[in-house]
Design a protein. Sequence first.
Length: 257
Amino acid sequence: MIFDTHAHYDDEAFDGDRDELLRSLPEHGIEAAVNVGASMESTERTLKLTEEYPFLYGAVGVHPNETGSLTEGDMERLKEFCSRPKVVAVGEIGLDYYWDEPERDIQKKWFVRQLELAREVGLPVIIHSRDAAKDTLDIIKGARGEEIGGVIHCFSYGVEMAREYLDMGFFIGIGGVLTFNNGRKLKEVAAYAPLEQIVLETDCPYLSPVPNRGKRNSSLNLPYVVETLAQIKGVTKEEIEIQTCRNARRLYRLEER
Ligand code: NI
């Protein structure tokens, strides 16, 4: 069985067949998935989905590029959402200097604020970091991130940066990019990181693995990532599935619930 630690099934890309697709996941070997909020609106859609599907969990939070109009009132609402029974993380939160908006100081402010929220409510974090390696690490260290815990989703940096997060006990989120011809850097990270600290993710509808690159992604494509990771690690696909499921349950503290 496979655990998809990062999906966006509330995205409009799934409007045509969402229910049919979600219902089909368990029979295709998908044990569970975490739907991740990226704005206040998608966080609310996430909560609704987790109520409808027993195998879906939720993360509540606001993506760096969506922080422009956030208020303290939104933080109060997020805090209330964190007490819902199927909410397992605060995310996705972080810094994105690729799109670079709103201005960096605003992204940083709400990143720090949502890290504080995670500490307050005792949930792990899902970190989004793009072209912002140094600032992300500085902020997480400043917030004593090793006490909060979580996953660096869609990991896009090199081995040196991976070591920093692995040493703090974070998980590395790996998805379709692992199968790309230009995915050499991520393959190095996957080879370096202990299998006990790797989790699988789609970030669907984005980042479909080869051979479906460019098409709409879903958890059904994760076997391609499992296969590539098994080759890199020199273990069987079954071992990858068993260990990454175990990791995902540890990341989201599902056994403690
Ligand atoms: Ni995402």
